[in-house]
Write a new protein. Structure first.
Length: 75
């Protein structure tokens, strides 16, 4: 397992809604928290983590449009 980049924290939590694989929050101290849905298996959570990490590395959370962010992520 790879070490998380500095300033990125991840937690496995019961998000209840299986339509949500992960949630990301930019914290006040400019770090990020990734919440992974414990209702999914390890492989799905690993993919979700990498997806969220890519958004963080691309600076996507500074953009305003979710559609713009996802369009860029899936090119």
């Amino acid at each position: 397992m790879r070490q998380a980049p500095d300033g990125v924290y991840s937690y496995l939590v019961d998000l209840e809604d299986t339509k949500i694989a992960e949630m990301v929050r930019e914290n006040e101290d400019c770090t990020y928290t990734i919440l992974l849905n414990s209702r999914f298996n390890h492989e799905r959570n690993q993919a979700s983590y990498l997806h969220a990490l890519k958004h963080i590395q691309n600076g996507d959370y500074e953009k305003e449009s979710v559609q713009e962010i996802e369009a860029e992520a899936h090119k």
